[in-house]
Design a protein around this ligand. Sequence first.
Ligand SMILES: *[C@@H]1O[C@H](CO)[C@@H](O)[C@H](O)[C@H]1NC(C)=O
Ligand SMILES: *[C@@H]1O[C@H](CO)[C@@H](O)[C@H](O)[C@H]1NC(C)=O
Length: 204
Amino acid sequence: MHLSRLASLFSLALVAVAQDVSIRAVRKAFKAADIPTDLDIVFRPTALLEVSLPQAAGPPITLHAGIQVPRNDTAGPPVFHVVGNVGRGPFVVATVDPDAPTPQAPTEAQIRHFLGGNFFNDGGHLVNSTPAISEFKQPTPPAGSDAHRYIFLLFDQSPQFAQQTLVTPATSIENFNISQFAKAVDLGNPLAGTFMRVAPEPDA
Ligand SMILES: *[C@@H]1O[C@H](CO)[C@@H](O)[C@H](O)[C@H]1NC(C)=O
Ligand SMILES: *[C@@H]1O[C@H](CO)[C@@H](O)[C@H](O)[C@H]1NC(C)=O
């Protein structure tokens, strides 16, 4: 076999395992990135949350926990899948940035990059039956900042969620607190999650 053919097979294999495949590995990556501490959440996932970012040209980028994604590839909106026995739903998906404006001094954190409910499990695909409270906002880490963490979490939706008025489309996306919100509307601990890192554009 030609080396080039071998190399392309190898890169295919890399693509095939790009998404998260191990709950244990995701949990470890969250811990290594200090996410449970920084978000004040208990993270004992029972499923995998697959997050795919569609691309203008080429196949979508599917995250694995901790992947660094070029900012320009993060326009989204992301597509969500769940792998595991979590039932039909409904579910809530939240995406937060705990590193704004910088990881060293996150005075605006958390930024709520997405918050949506009424996701139902359609053969693994999570289909949103209503508009999100906060539609996906592309990462925009400011020039000079280190990469930020963008953390995606899947929760079972509580009955209280539909009635809540703590966070509406008019609420500032800054200074959000996912653990406080989850407690207030009784979402419990996340069922699954993953995260990416995004640095400022080189020319930002
Ligand atoms: C960044 O994204 C924009 C819009 O999606 C595209 O026009 C541009 O070519 C991209 N730039 C790079 C360097 O990929
Ligand atoms: C978020 O709320 C929790 C209480 O649920 C609190 O312990 C924590 O300090 C808050 N985090 C931030 C960043 O304010």
